[in-house]
Ligand binder design. Sequence first.
Ligand code: SF4
Length: 421
Amino acid sequence: MYRLPWSLNDNVLAWLEPTKRCNLYCEGCYSRNDLHSDKPLEQVRKDLDVFVANRNVDSISIAGGDPLVYPHIVETVRIIRHEYGKKPVINTNGLALTPELLAQLKDAGLYGFTFHVDSSQVRPHWKNKTEQELNALREKFARMVADAGDLSVAFNATIFRHTMKDVPMLVEWARQHADIVHTMVFILFRTLRTEEFDFYAGGEKVEAGSELVYHDMDQNPRPIVAQEVVDAIRTEDPLYEPCAYLGGTRDPKSVKWLLAGRLVGEDREVYGYVGPRYMEAVQTVHHAARGSYLAYVEPGLLSAGRSIMAGFSAFDPGTRDAAKRYAKRVMRTPGQAPPKVHFQSLLVIQPIDMMADGEANMCDGCPDITVHEGELVWSCRLDERQQYGCFLHATPKHRAAPLVEPRALVRGNGSAPTDPR
Ligand code: SF4
């Protein structure tokens, strides 16, 4: 696989939190709901200035809290797009989205949405729904945005051990909607693991399990790792082949971001997955031509899957295989118009892992860095800085077992593991 070239200074994204206020509770969220946390626009500009001074990016993720409850959200989008020249993308649960607000956001220069929808949320009118039942809500959001036109759409779902069985169904749902759903993200649930570790702030022991929001959950005693999601996706889509990754800051065998790009026909057939050379070419050429690595792509370009196959087949074996399958499909039905092909991303994120000695294994080249008091900090650990003024240190209560067996991202066919890097 291609190791994505993202670093602290030069990355695809930065993570702006204009508010910590939220209208929903999601299990696994790293953020504390704070009713009095709306930042004045002047502070939003200062945060953006910190990014400009320290980090070269393509896009700004506007998160929180839920940014749609932030009273200056439209102006924030306008500032990011027109004053800072970046692509603003809103990360939201979608609850506060109306067609009127959507029109205002688009008018202000919004680039796209990442909707977080999963069964751990306590949503009004959508309580106790299964992941399958929530597809109706996902589709409602995707259609609303598609009707507005020219906006990127991604869906996040936190994956728990008890919802791992739903991953193949979500992959299949994404395939059915490849024309209006551009990215599907699986974020693996994490807890503090307070049964295994003690936590210290500046040398003082703290009760982090009761003071931070991402506390332990009985149903998830063992952290899920990316390999498990890889295996689950392959039960629905045997062609699934990731092309790029971010590793860990401490454990070089961990896979923290795992990116795949597939070519899906309007006939709902998956023709194949782009390979590492495709991703390397896209990142390198975009950086050389536009000065930043590429995060989000216009929906119009994502529906040009046939051009991708034509342009990249010469040097990317994954894309070439997809082009061959597509050619066979066209030859099988000579009287029919060749189906349009969409590019769709599948992303797996494996957040913080605790090593046996208590050190945190973070995403190496973290895209979701935010700003706190003028400094860049991991957004997944912002609450530690806000609560204690520093990041916590963990020490094992007993000698903890290693998180992951040192195996590579292998296919579940019994073949010998090979190191994908
Ligand atoms: S280090 Fe934390 S904030 Fe950064 S990408 Fe990984 S999980 Fe997200």
